[in-house]
Design a protein around this ligand. Structure first.
Ligand code: ARG
Ligand code: ASP
Length: 708
């Protein structure tokens, strides 16, 4: 099976090398794309990008935390990522006395760098096609359950073997192309990662959620960390004795500047895409899933925004929550627009029709119908799942109640309760909780739930409660008046004897009853159907490849993103989002001043930046026009997880930091349009300008290597 696929894949490379900039390529197979990359301007070799024999660019890229990318920029472990990727760490170190979110943070020496327990970074040691090993023992005709079992056992054995040296090694086996291929990824994970610097949020998050997903953009979205290791350069838990990690490779920084048309290469960890899904999968997203989720979030955001505007305290309490809710909300809107504009459902239906005609009587006959059938069965369950997660699961007090309820543990005949843990959870929860927001949101989303979810997909518990209260309003009144979880002092006073009271509390009960229903009535069905879908997609994926190859349809295949290291390449380019509108590809500090407004939180810049602008005190960071460059856009294919990824020029030097995409192009997780899809990057010269002129931490430049 593996050989068959490889033949298919390589045949592709040969026939269609030069396609548009779509694609997230596997670094170990980049030799198949290198000719195209070089034709488009890249001056290095495949070995320079990925090698297991010598230091290569991959050794300067890390998976940062749970879902971002970072890159090494000095021989002493200095690392660059986004401000929004380091946001949690910056917030944790912040207090009223030291508000690093507001004022920024700059370590003026190694001793001032701040440790971050729980944060880790991972370097990819190597990746490898292990399909034969993983499928060893599998025979065609075996059941899917048997296959799953074989894959799991073989994967575990392989992971044990390759990580036995210890020393921070960690491995995963990932299915590519819906399990047509398996790859091993071996990482070395470092746990002592310290905060070195972050600009004030008025720079690092400039434009906030107003500008999020938008171009033109002026956000200085970066933060800096340093990786520490033991004296043998191996991973070690935080210790004062640790020393800066010495990377095999780090990026040189190009201060030469960038221009439209320049080659760009993004090396990072894109999280998830669905480029090969069936038209029915897209239709659900476009017509049902996204619109309903958008509506539910609009209701919650309106409530948050209203209260945040009324109080400084509430604004801070809900800033991070608001950003999280708003981020996907805004992306989904762009996605729906993009899918519609691209007529993706229709295009896919036409493709499927032609595919079916070709597949008649052969190995792939009937597979598209099968997929459509599974989607049909799945739809009401998916809908119920979407509603459950965007309504019930978003009630803050209910989530919190459940987390406290879980602290009661039956040990033999005695009940125990971890009251220290409860106090800590309570501390964190009440610091950022505002009852009126939670209550109004409950009413808003549960009313939508009531209206839109069919009766068959509502738990009995829900129907009974609603009948007894008479309305969602009355139900909310009960929870938010009678629950003990409205009161921190009551939570802190809980003991092991209170288990029954906590279980019966209206907030706990609400969460728990829905949870039980979800596990009993919904999850088993969605799990089964998704497994069936996976299986059908495995054939359809292979079928699409064979079909396109034999029918000479120019389509470049790359595995969907799955938070593994990928290469995306393209070039700096403007775009036209609508008739009569054209966006140029770079922005400057001038645009920051145009947006500057002390009365609008998102646009209120530090006074220092105003002063610098007034005197044009830019140091060495101005471009030819005399302004400091801030952001640029390019045609690289990226997604969530690519945040913080290095943007690399034709010589392999760092020119920027990826952090977003343009709104009109957010459908690129499903369908990529080279005319519209653009990634947004921070120009590295704005990073350097900010370190120098705002942070006055230019001592950090001594360890960096600049190329002019
Ligand atoms: N849209 C970017 C990404 O998906 C940045 C998100 C963080 N920024 C924000 N204003 N919420 O993650
Ligand atoms: N902002 C995203 C991230 O955090 C990147 C994207 O979706 O384009 O990874």
């Amino acid at each position: 099976m593996k050989r068959k696929l490889i033949i298919i894949i390589s045949a592709f490379m040969a026939i269609f090398t030069a396609s548009a900039d779509e694609g997230m390529w596997l670094p170990s197979l980049i030799s198949q794309r290198i000719a195209d990359m070089q034709e488009k301007g890249f001056r290095l070799s495949a070995e320079d990008i990925y090698s297991v024999n010598q230091a290569s660019l991959k050794d300067a890229v890390v998976l940062f935390g749970r879902g971002c990318t970072g890159e090494l920029i000095s021989p002493e472990g200095l690392l660059l990522t986004n401000h929004h990727c380091g946001y949690g760490q910056i917030q944790k170190h912040s207090s009223v006395e030291h508000d690093y979110l507001k004022d920024g943070f700059w370590a003026m020496s190694r001793a001032e760098e701040l440790p971050n327990p729980g944060l880790s970074v991972s370097f990819l040691e190597r990746m490898e096609d292990v399909t034969d090993i993983i499928l060893k023992g599998y025979e065609p005709g075996m059941s899917e359950d048997q296959r799953v079992e074989i894959v799991r056992n073989n994967s575990n054995a392989l992971i044990d073997e390759v990580t036995k040296e210890g020393k921070g090694l960690r491995a995963t086996v990932e299915a590519l192309y819906y399990g047509n291929q398996y790859f091993l990824f071996l990482y070395r994970q470092y746990e002592d990662v310290r905060l070195v610097g972050a600009p004030p949020s008025s720079i690092g998050k400039f434009g906030g959620d107003t500008d999020n997903w938008m171009w033109p953009r002026h956000t200085g979205d970066f933060s800096m960390f340093r990786i520490y290791a033991d004296k043998d350069n191996n991973p070690a838990p935080y210790s004062e004795d640790n020393v800066p990690y010495r990377p095999k490779k780090y990026f040189r920084i190009s201060t030469k500047g960038v221009q439209e048309g320049d080659f760009t290469f993004i090396y990072g960890f894109p999280g998830s895409t669905k480029e090969y899904i069936h038209s029915e999968g897209v239709r659900y997203i476009e017509e049902i899933g996204d619109p309903h989720k958008i509506n539910l979030r609009t209701l919650r955001l309106d409530i948050m925004n209203k209260y945040q505007a009324q109080s400084q305290k509430v604004r801070i309490q809900y800033s991070s929550k608001n950003a999280n809710v708003s981020n996907a909300w805004k992306k989904w809107q762009g996605e729906v627009k993009g899918i519609k504009k691209m007529k993706t459902v229709q295009t896919k239906q036409e493709f499927e029709k032609a595919f079916d005609r070709w597949a008649q009587g052969g190995e792939f006959a009937g597979v598209t119908d099968k997929i459509a059938g599974i989607y049909k069965e799945l739809e009401p369950y998916q809908f119920a799942t979407d509603y459950y997660s965007e309504t019930v699961r978003t009630v803050e007090i209910a989530n919190f109640a459940m987390s406290i309820a879980r602290l009661f543990v039956q040990e033999d005949s005695t009940m125990t309760f971890d009251s220290a843990k409860a106090a800590a959870l309570a501390e964190a929860f009440y610091k950022d909780w505002y009852l009126p927001i939670d209550k109004e949101s409950f009413v808003a989303v549960m009313n939508e739930y009531d209206k839109n979810v069919p009766a068959d997909f509502k738990p009995e518990y829900y129907k009974e409660k609603l009948a007894s209260y008479g309305s969602i309003d009355a139900w909310a009144e009960n929870i938010f008046t009678n629950s003990i979880f409205t009161d921190q002092s009551k939570v802190v006073a809980l003991t092991a004897e209170d288990k029954d009271m906590v279980t019966a509390d209206p907030a706990t009960e609400f969460f728990n009853e829905f949870l039980k229903w979800y596990y009993a009535d919904i999850l088993p069905v969605t799990t089964r159907l998704n497994q069936e879908l996976q299986l059908a997609y495995r054939d359809y994926m292979r079928g699409q490849m064979v079909y396109c190859r034999t029918q000479r349809i120019p389509k470049a295949f790359y595995p969907d993103a799955n938070l593994t290291l990928r290469v995306a390449y393209g070039h700096i380019k403007g775009y036209s989002p609508a008739d009569g509108v054209y966006y140029t590809p770079s922005s400057t500090i001038k645009g920051i001043m145009e947006k500057d407004n002390p009365d609008i939180f998102d646009y209120n810049i530090p006074q220092r930046l105003r002063d610098i602008y007034a005197t044009k005190d830019y140091g060495r960071w101005a471009d030819a026009s005399g302004e400091v460059p801030v952001c640029f856009i390019a045609t690289n294919h990226t997604t969530g997880g690519n945040s913080g990824s290095p943007v690399i020029n034709a010589d392999g030097d760092l020119i920027g930091l990826n952090f977003d995409r343009v709104w009109e192009g957010t459908m690129s997780d499903i369908v990529f349009d080279p005319e519209i899809c653009r990634n947004i990057a921070l120009d590295v010269r704005y990073v350097l300008f900010t370190i120098d002129k705002i942070g006055e931490a230019d001592y950090l430049f001594e360890e960096m290597t600049f190329t002019e």
